[in-house]
Design a protein around this ligand. Structure first.
Ligand SMILES: *[C@@H]1O[C@H](CO)[C@@H](O)[C@H](O)[C@H]1NC(C)=O
Ligand SMILES: *[C@@H]1O[C@H](CO)[C@@H](O)[C@H](O)[C@H]1NC(C)=O
Ligand SMILES: *[C@@H]1O[C@H](CO)[C@@H](O)[C@H](O)[C@H]1NC(C)=O
Ligand SMILES: *[C@@H]1O[C@H](CO)[C@@H](O)[C@H](O)[C@H]1NC(C)=O
Ligand SMILES: *[C@@H]1O[C@H](CO)[C@@H](O)[C@H](O)[C@H]1NC(C)=O
Ligand SMILES: *[C@@H]1O[C@H](CO)[C@@H](O)[C@H](O)[C@H]1NC(C)=O
Ligand SMILES: *[C@@H]1O[C@H](CO)[C@@H](O)[C@H](O)[C@H]1NC(C)=O
Length: 434
């Protein structure tokens, strides 16, 4: 589906704005405007529905993108024999045998428990590159990187990054050669569904099928994350992405496509990665996406509410479709330590837990609803969950997954470091600091 035959309807006025690099879909067109005291009717022709295909979305809303030299995949990517060296032992003694007894006893700490899943992780947008290849639709990140000055360090984009979309066979061979047991990758929603909903892109299904098959060929356990922050642009511009409850059905429909396509070989699934990061990115920068009237401070919590609904429904669906699946969401954060022994600081630490890990962990693992601190805040503007929703949320994870970050350097100086996009480095580190 290099050029999609299914089109997205928008208002003509939006396309005009897009051409002016101030894009926004389907803005409501006021029926009249007042000029110099006179009421003037808007010509109805100005609001005639207008269609954009995937190519138009890139051209109008993102702009030119770079492409890598390597542009073949699935069939043709060779695995160099130099990638296929046997894994090294996990421990090399740096000392002559018997000479340094104290080092020898430290051996014990170099092995994992037998059933420990030891792995590496990648995030689609951060490692794949090939952003326009094979019918992929843009995500919000393509706009943020291409259009928003200095949003990424040095105005960097993900147009090429690690070129993993083309080099995955080599990457997976090397993962295996290192002795790594699991590869946790994320699936690009807007590759599978270029508009976030509607038509499914078979070339994307083929691609991830081969990623999974290559993992299995090398005895690397494939683990899939459905969403690692790369909201399809069309959904952001149609209804505000995670700000709207509309995303719940669209996310579950996308999850269903992935489970149906890959669930015969992938048992380990993560629905959403680190919602406290991507929800805290709302509001997105003004001028680049459809505007919303939700107050800025509330936007992350609208997102959080829809994450709980989308995650829990996608979890229930996945369990019904895949008998042996392990499904969870992925939390992130870091240990919180009181500055002093005062009771105020103890309360502050608890509040920090409540508004980070606890924002989703309390509903999912303990109660089906927000903890008291979050509830007190959100109940003034979010609707309460229904009894059925609470029942679906409670217990909607088979494991507790957590990306733990511990900072020893003052945040300001860390934030100046360049971003690192790599299949082996936890991806949230910098964005969390922003
Ligand atoms: C555009 O917005 C109007 C009013 O909110 C809505 O009725 C219509 O369905 C929208 N069209 C599209 C294509 O989203
Ligand atoms: C605005 O209205 C005033 C008074 O009716 C008129 O003199 C003036 O020329 C108008 N200006 C424009 C820009 O139409
Ligand atoms: C440490 O590891 C080396 C290499 O695998 C092994 O020869 C040695 O016996 C180990 N020592 C201990 C104390 O386990
Ligand atoms: C990013 O782009 C803007 C606009 O073109 C430019 O002013 C700025 O210097 C760039 N930043 C870097 C670090 O190159
Ligand atoms: C969106 O809001 C920003 C400021 O908040 C404003 O500058 C911009 O013109 C608005 N865009 C549209 C399409 O209304
Ligand atoms: C689930 O696991 C059991 C035990 O390993 C196995 O017998 C069964 O075939 C698996 N079912 C599916 C659908 O993979
Ligand atoms: C907190 O209390 C413990 C035990 O009473 C004490 O050892 C510690 O120094 C105190 N820490 C601070 C930061 O006051």
């Amino acid at each position: 589906m290099a050029r999609s035959s299914v089109l997205l309807c928008v208002a003509a006025a939006a396309a005009v704005q897009a051409l002016n690099k101030r894009q926004s879909f389907n803005q409501s067109i006021p029926p009249t405007i007042t000029l110099n005291g006179s009421t003037i009717e808007n010509p109805t022709a100005y609001a005639t529905p207008f269609v954009l295909n995937v190519e138009d979305m890139w051209d109008l809303l993102v702009g030119p993108v770079a492409s890598a030299v390597t542009t073949t995949t699935v069939q043709a990517t060779p695995v160099p024999s130099s990638s296929l060296i046997p894994p090294p032992p996990l421990y090399y003694s740096p000392f002559p045998s018997g000479a340094q007894y104290p080092m020898e006893v430290k051996n014990e700490s170099w092995s994992f428990p037998k059933d420990f899943w030891w792995g590496v992780a990648g995030a689609a947008w951060q490692v794949e590159g090939a952003v326009k290849a094979d019918g992929r639709g843009p995500s919000v990140w393509d706009v943020l990187a291409h259009r928003v000055t200095d949003f990424e360090y040095g105005n960097g984009t993900a147009d090429i990054t690690d070129n993993h979309y083309y080099l995955y066979k080599e990457d997976i061979a090397r993962i295996a050669a290192l002795g790594v047991k699991a590869y946790s990758f994320s699936i690009s929603w807007s590759r599978i569904m270029p508009f976030g909903r509607g038509p499914v892109n078979q070339l994307a299904i083929d691609h991830y099928n081969d990623v999974i098959n290559t993992c299995l060929e090398y005895n690397v356990i494939p683990m899939a994350t459905l969403y690692h922050w790369d909201t399809p642009l069309a959904l952001q511009d149609t209804y505000g992405g995670w700000l709207s409850e509309n995303i719940v059905n669209d996310f579950v429909a996308y999850a269903k496509v992935c489970y149906a396509a890959f669930g015969d070989r992938v048992d380990h699934w993560f629905t959403v990665n680190e919602p406290s990061v991507f929800c805290s990115q709302y509001p997105l920068p003004a001028m680049y996406f459809k505007n919303f009237t939700i107050p800025n401070i509330q936007q992350p919590f609208y997102c959080g509410q829809h994450v709980l609904l989308a995650h829990s429904q996608a979890y229930r669906l996945g369990k019904s479709m895949m008998a042996n699946s392990t499904i969870a969401w992925k939390a992130n954060g870091g240990y919180k330590i009181p500055l002093t022994n005062s009771s105020e600081d103890a309360e502050a630490v608890q509040r920090a837990w409540d508004f980070t890990e606890g924002w989703w962990s309390d509903p999912i693992y303990l109660t089906g609803d927000y903890n008291a601190a979050v509830k007190a805040f959100v109940s003034t503007f979010l609707r309460p969950f229904t009894a059925g929703e609470k029942a679906a949320i409670l217990g909607s994870a088979d494991i507790y997954a957590h990306d733990a970050y511990t900072y020893v350097t003052p945040l300001r100086s860390l934030a100046k470091e360049p971003p690192r996009a790599s299949a082996s480095v936890p991806s949230a580190t910098l964005s969390e600091l922003d």
